[in-house]
Design a protein around this ligand. Structure first.
Ligand code: ADP
Length: 471
């Protein structure tokens, strides 16, 4: 199958969240099972430089360690000169609609220019959604795309791609597209609707999230539309790339280890404590979070639970950037508990690896979580997740039962500080009875969340989408 994967971010070129991880590793897995997959992303600052030109404004480079061609759309004003992907200092760029409309148009023009006709165009999140609207409006009768099916992945329905209605003209689409059954959403434009409406098949990144977004609680106003499209909606869990995330080969951590040598993990913990200026000791439970500082990630209930948690004598290490009010929150806790709390308010891939390797527990108290990668990476590093039962977290982590050995971590359901605190306490209790803890670590390190299985599911999804266009 020939697939063009269109994404606003992809590891290792540009990343703000989990979509980048998926875009950097799903294509690799699809290539390995024999598909001709190519990826189209914006050429942000720091990316453009070493690639070779392939078409008007498009440069190419192979994804490192693979044969997957990556195409970078070059536009100096929209992408090449910007420090951020979507925002600067926490504020969205005012011309995001223009930027990503240009990107989406370029994707289709590019295909025609290089005369490469994909079976599937697979778009991801609102930034690439207009591609599918153009495919099904402007290019509706173009024989070039007659047998091309449209697939849309929702990595987080909370990001609707909202813009004022006055910008409609700038999309290049007619006013007929600004209706409630198309792109209009409460008087504004919601770009993600272009993807949902025009895709032949839609997917989200876990089975539970696919169900959740059909409810008012999780649908962000699109639950009705998601129910309308339920027959074409699927949930495929993300995998992770074990050539990157693997403590046995990770060169960024002080001490490598595997399930058989999991006790060596404590060397990383001591180093982590040292680097954070925290008291060093293998017996002190270390709880970590690596996340965007967004309301979705559960900071409101964490704020009410952290004092109680710290009373248990643990340490808390956070790595993350996002909303200023959560930066302030973390700085306050750091000041109040200098021997227990350390917060790094930045994006730092290398430090993330040390934290995954050194922490005992990984906390994800998310309000909602489409898939969640943190818990999957934690598994591989023998770091036990403590999660709220929602979305992909509900699908991958179940409460550990010391009697039967079932379960992979600690789970709470109610979105309250109390429920969060109690789950942490259960984790700390088990940590202090170490025989069970080591057994649990070994078990989760051997779980398989590689992309192989999920890539095959994507292939069947593509087949379903193709069935709809090949008549
Ligand atoms: P989301 O996509 O909602 O941000 P995910 O759990 O799916 O959440 O993916 C987040 C990814 O980004 C993980 O790989 C996590 O380790 C990484 N990450 C988040 N914040 C940071 C940060 N400040 N520094 C380094 N890595 C981060």
């Amino acid at each position: 199958m020939k697939i063009l994967f269109v994404s606003p971010e992809a590891v290792p070129f540009a990343k703000t969240g989990g979509l980048a991880d998926a875009a950097g590793s799903l294509p690799k897995a699809l290539k390995e099972i024999g598909h001709d997959i190519r990826v189209f992303i914006p050429g942000y600052k720091k990316i453009i430089g070493t690639q070779s030109p392939v078409a008007t404004d498009v440069y190419q480079e192979k994804l490192p360690g693979s044969e997957v061609p990556f195409y970078f759309y070059e536009h100096e004003g929209y992408f090449g000169s910007r420090e951020g992907l979507y925002q600067s200092k926490g504020v969205d760029y005012p011309d995001n609609l223009e930027r990503f409309a240009a990107f989406c148009k370029a994707a289709l023009l590019f295909l025609k220019e290089i005369k490469w006709r994909p079976d599937i165009i697979h778009c991801n999140d609102w930034q690439s959604a207009l591609t599918l609207a153009y495919l099904r409006t402007i290019y509706k009768d173009d024989p070039f795309f007659r047998r091309t099916a449209a697939v849309y992945s929702i990595h987080n329905i909370g990001y609707l791609g909202l813009f004022p209605r006055e910008k409609m003209l700038l999309t290049g689409l007619g006013p007929d597209q600004f209706t409630s059954d198309k792109l209009e959403f409460w008087g504004k434009i919601a770009l993600t609707k272009a993807g949902i409406i025009y895709a032949d098949a839609i997917n989200t990144v876990s089975a539970t999230y696919a169900k959740e977004i059909q409810t008012p609680e999780f649908g962000h106003g699109l639950d009705g539309l998601m129910r309308f499209r339920a027959a074409d909606l699927y949930g495929i869990i993300n995998g992770i790339d074990y050539s990157v995330w693997n403590p046995a080969v990770d060169h960024h951590i002080p001490r490598r280890y595997s399930p058989g040598t999991v006790t060596l993990k404590s060397k990383n913990k001591i180093e982590l404590q040292k680097q954070n200026n925290l008291p060093q000791g293998a017996e002190i439970p270390v709880i970590a979070m690596i996340t965007r500082l967004a309301p979705q990630k559960g900071f409101d209930i964490l704020a009410g639970a952290l004092d109680l948690i710290l009373r248990e004598g643990c340490q808390f290490i956070l790595l993350g950037v996002g909303e200023p009010k959560y930066h302030d929150l973390m700085l306050r806790f750091m000041k109040k508990y200098p021997d227990q709390v350390s917060a790094h308010l930045k994006f730092d891939g290398m430090l993330a690896e040390l934290i995954y390797a050194g922490a005992d527990m990984f906390l994800m108290p998310s309000q909602y979580e489409p898939c969640g990668l943190g818990q999957l990476i934690s598994f591989k590093y023998g770091t036990i997740p403590i999660v709220r039962k929602t979305g992909g977290l509900a699908d991958t982590v179940h409460e550990f039962n010391p009697k039967t050995g079932a379960g992979e971590g600690f789970v709470f359901e109610e979105y309250t500080s109390r429920a969060l605190y109690e789950a942490v306490r259960r984790a700390i209790d088990l940590f202090r009875t170490s025989a069970h803890w080591t057994a649990l670590q070994k078990k989760v390190m051997q779980l398989d969340y590689s992309w192989d299985a999920s890539a095959k599911k994507y292939v069947s999804l593509y087949m379903k989408a193709l069935d709809k266009v090949i008549r």
